[in-house]
Ligand binder design. Structure first.
Ligand code: CA
Ligand code: CA
Length: 162
């Protein structure tokens, strides 16, 4: 019996796995259908988003991470604990329109996990969100320097038995 895995136009050998798995490039972590890259180097929000976008591939655009539900937020916390890191940018911002937060990757999820009394827009100058080590979100000046998490679609492999 010969088993091939097909990934787009690429062929990979695999053993007997037949279920779909999310595959990610080296250094990216897989969760559900997406891949995540933590970048420790601190950047401003917009610099971080620009860097994430530079990691895009055809049909797999990359942006600062969007957090669409509690499970994904829990995954963020797992990452924080595994990496031993502190705050990092997520792709949630109201730079375009005050108090109208949107995800840089276009996600339309209504899920939020703001910390108590956030987003407070302190000094009327806080338009970019980061996630804290407890998993709660806060907004802060976009010019602040923080580590960040990028996210893009993973690719699925499927195996055909010939
Ligand atoms: Ca704001
Ligand atoms: Ca704040």
């Amino acid at each position: 019996m010969i088993v091939f895995c097909l990934v787009g136009t690429f062929n990979f050998h695999c053993l007997s796995e037949t279920k779909l798995q999310t595959r990610c490039p080296p250094a990216w972590l897989a969760f559900e259908d997406h891949c995540y890259l933590y970048v420790r180097e601190a950047k401003t929000f917009n610099e971080a988003e620009t860097h994430c976008m530079s990691l895009s591939k055809p049909r797999r655009s990359a942006h600062l991470v969007s957090v669409e539900n509690q499970q994904e937020n829990n995954f963020m916390i797992d990452c924080i604990q595994a990496i031993g890191t502190g705050d990092f940018w997520i792709g949630f911002t109201d730079q375009q329109s005050e108090d109208l937060y949107t995800w840089t990757d276009g996600t339309s999820s209504q899920f939020t996990n703001w910390d108590t009394n956030q987003p407070n827009n302190a000094e009327r100058n806080q338009h970019c969100a980061y996630i804290k080590s407890n998993g709660k979100w806060n907004n802060k000046e976009c010019s602040s320097l923080k580590s960040y998490m990028c996210k893009k679609n993973g690719f699925k492999i499927s195996c055909l038995t010939l």
